[in-house]
Design a protein around this ligand. Sequence first.
Ligand code: HEC
Ligand code: HEC
Ligand code: HEC
Length: 150
Amino acid sequence: MKNILLLTLLGLFLLSATILSANAEIAGNEENIAREEEYDEETYGPEDPVIWTRPVRSVVFYHKIHTMDAELDCDSCHDELFEMEAGAAEENEDFTMETLYEGGYCGACHDGETAFASNTRCTVCHIGVRGHTRLTGNPPGKNEPEGDHH
Ligand code: HEC
Ligand code: HEC
Ligand code: HEC
């Protein structure tokens, strides 16, 4: 008799634990969906990545990571570090690692303090030729002017 009571209690416990975790999962999913829908270009800047191919193919920049996720204001980059025009920086001779290491462009923050340092994690910024093809459908060799941001 005592055993049956214990088993029933155990059963109830397991049942409620299952329901609770299922609820938590649903809530989690809803939160994720809500978060994705929230991306608003007015608030966070363009959704499409900016991709540079000069001097090297290819370096990628996402507004979302910086504005929505890292909570930076537009002012922290525009217009002192970057113009609001995809492809503008790559017109400059000094858009190089050396300038980044000296605190220019991305290096203003990617210095190992505000954000990970520019002399680490190369492949997070450098997506290479394959990454470029994947994001733009523009294969290497067809080195078209960057019209593919949109
Ligand atoms: C961490 C730096 C950073 C922040 C913060 C940032 N941007 Fe940008 N933005 C860039 C870079 C880099 C480019 C590309 C510039 C280039 O290629 O020379 C760019 C380009 C743009 C462009 C031009 C896109 C195109 O396709 O021509 C717009 C519009 C823009 N940003 C809007 C915003 C707005 C609005 C905010 C604030 C919500 C913002 N940006 C915040 C770095 C930033
Ligand atoms: C105004 C400051 C600022 C500038 C300028 C800036 N970033 Fe960032 N970036 C951040 C912060 C803050 C984070 C999030 C913290 C971290 O990853 O260290 C971040 C994260 C990133 C990440 C995500 C890394 C990951 O873990 O997935 C990439 C990629 C990146 N930045 C690339 C760039 C590139 C490329 C440029 C220049 C075109 C740039 N950033 C300019 C502040 C900046
Ligand atoms: C925070 C982002 C970021 C990181 C991290 C990064 N780079 Fe770069 N890199 C750039 C940008 C932006 C350019 C200029 C745009 C282009 O060439 O497409 C560039 C250009 C270059 C260039 C061509 C210009 C030059 O300086 O000679 C080389 C080579 C290069 N990077 C190598 C590296 C290596 C190696 C690492 C890792 C030790 C690295 N990068 C890490 C953003 C980054």
